[in-house]
Design a protein around this ligand. Structure first.
Ligand code: NI
Length: 202
């Protein structure tokens, strides 16, 4: 390769790297404004095929007509998942009868351990409305990708559970047509979540 060609190759590589960085920087910014529709609409959500807590294969279309309130996590999660699912349950309580229009959905990022049977047992803790979805590793990864959810397995041989999952802790509200409406960062209060859901229903 000539020196000139080498320079061109290096320049192209750097531009690619910068483009990638710009993209990475853009993503959290787009998730910064809770309750806004514009930025996320086209980016978050999409079709999925998973297995519910009764062992039935379901798709996003099964929840059309309901506002999907979705959260991704795993059963062995010590604090973040149970806390967020409690917040979702408390928000639904505040909605009273309007909660009938919401499908609260917990999606496992640990399909290796979270079988439909275990999901059934787990989601029951948060109320009868809760839906627990799991699936094959491929189904889970495709769904997480569509909803821009990050997760990663972390080995922890010293712990009783052998490994843990690092994962995003953002809940999504999707419209009855399956479009992104709002998201809730971890730590959102049930009253604020209920208020946003109610606003989006009107
Ligand atoms: Ni968790």
């Amino acid at each position: 390769m000539s020196f000139r060609l080498v320079l061109i190759v290096i320049a192209a590589f750097l531009m690619g790297a910068l483009g990638g960085l710009a993209f990475l920087k853009l993503r959290p910014a787009q998730l910064d404004a809770p309750g806004t529709q514009a930025a996320g609409k086209a980016l978050i959500g999409g079709p999925f095929e998973l297995v519910d807590q009764t062992g039935k294969t379901v798709t996003d279309k099964d929840y059309r007509g309901k506002f999907m309130l979705m959260f991704f996590g795993f059963i062995h999660c010590p604090d973040v998942c149970p806390a967020e699912l409690q917040v979702m349950a408390a928000a639904l309580d505040r909605l009273g009868g309007k909660a009938d229009r919401v499908a609260p959905i917990f999606i496992s990022v640990d399909p290796e351990r979270d079988t439909p049977e275990k999901m059934a047992e787990y989601v029951r803790n948060f109320g009868p409305r809760f839906i627990g979805l799991t699936g094959s590793p491929q189904q889970i990864s495709a769904t997480a990708k569509a909803y821009r959810v990050y997760y990663s397995k972390i080995d922890d041989e010293k712990s009783a559970i052998k490994y843990t999952m690092d994962h995003s802790a953002i809940a999504y509200l999707m419209s009855p047509e399956g479009d992104y409406l709002a998201h809730f960062n971890y730590g959102a209060k049930p009253e604020d979540m209920a208020k946003t859901i109610e606003q989006k229903m009107n």
